[in-house]
Write a protein that binds this ligand. Structure first.
Ligand SMILES: [Zn+2]
Length: 321
């Protein structure tokens, strides 16, 4: 695997635009046009350092409504953190521009993260995937892909890596989110396709779609800087406030609604809980019945459903242990 070799950045080319060692450049990749003729462009910032080091992808907005990652990268761009001395960073602050414009996860009704490896002549989602594989992944040693919970579920900041990937686990540990765990590869996803090409991707899942969450953004910024610092790409940041411990979760599962009704949550997201502890309750809408939801074992709450009306079988708490 590339991750274990010695790293050497070289000049790279995206859409015919060459970025030499020691240069940085904003490349706008036209991916489609609106029916009005307006071009849809994906912005790609490339920072190619002078000294040898890894080439890293830092990406957000694969799902267009997952804005915490977009905000995290915006803060990093604004703070000039990517002006590195070693290695190369390819920054994609917003991959699915079309979804972002429509406050939507998808691109023209299709999930980009279920469209890999994509095709040159397919749907917009498929073409975005194709571009990503052919023009981005071929350059990188590893990547960080930023996501949030969907459907009004809030993920407490967590990093997921591919089972059996020592490089992925190592990167997750350096990132230092409150939780990390291995999670299976989803068919036609970016992480799976990159993995097939020998490129480890870690997924930072934090917060909720269409909401900015300050804690998620702050931990995301620190995580990216931890990785850049580890590989000597930025200067050491000196004495930082004491980092939290990362909890490595062995198993995780969703606790689902046993009945339909109104959801009340009594625990904090990220909280450690004990077997039998009250997590929340489901009442019928008019106050006649209450069903308690309790922790199935000792563990942690790593995502909470913030939508108050639930149907039977709906995912309410993501529980890690
Ligand atoms: Zn996502």
């Amino acid at each position: 695997m590339k991750f274990e070799g010695s790293f050497k950045n070289k000049p790279l080319e995206i859409r015919g635009q060459r970025v030499e060692v020691g240069e940085h450049k904003l490349i706008k990749v036209e991916i489609d046009r609106l029916p009005t003729g307006t071009a849809i462009e994906i912005p790609i910032y490339v920072y190619n350092g002078i000294e040898d080091g890894p080439t890293i992808l830092i990406q957000a907005g694969l799902h267009g409504d997952e804005v915490n990652g977009v905000e995290t990268i915006r803060e990093l761009l604004r703070g000039n953190y990517f002006k590195i001395k070693r290695g190369c960073i390819i920054v994609v602050p917003l991959l699915n521009v079309f979804g972002f414009l429509h406050f939507s996860r998808e691109a023209f009704g299709k999930d980009v993260n279920r469209s890999f490896p994509g095709s040159k002549t397919g749907s917009l989602a498929s073409r975005i995937a194709y571009f990503e594989m052919k023009e981005i992944v071929e350059h990188i040693d590893f990547g960080i892909d930023m996501h949030t919970g969907g459907a009004q579920r809030h993920n407490f900041p967590q990093v997921r890596y591919t089972p059996g990937s020592s490089a992925g686990k190592h990167l997750a540990t350096i990132f230092n989110a409150p939780f990390q765990f291995s999670s299976n590869l989803i068919a036609k996803s970016f992480r799976k396709e990159a993995h097939k090409n020998g490129v480890p991707i870690i997924v930072y899942e934090a917060g909720e779609a269409l909401r900015i969450d300050k804690l998620s953004v702050q931990i995301g910024i620190n995580g990216v800087l931890n990785i850049l610092e580890y590989f000597g790409m930025i200067d050491p940041r000196g004495a930082l406030p004491k980092k939290h411990e990362t909890v490595e979760l062995i198993k995780n599962r969703w606790i689902r609604a046993k009945t339909a009704g109104m959801l009340g949550v009594v625990v904090e997201n990220g909280q450690k809980v004990e077997k039998g502890q009250l997590l929340g309750y489901i009442t019928d809408t008019y106050g006649a019945s209450t069903l308690k939801i309790v922790a199935p074992t000792n563990g942690y709450i790593i995502a909470v459903n913030n939508f108050p009306m639930v149907s039977t079988g709906e995912a309410i708490f993501h529980f890690g242990f």
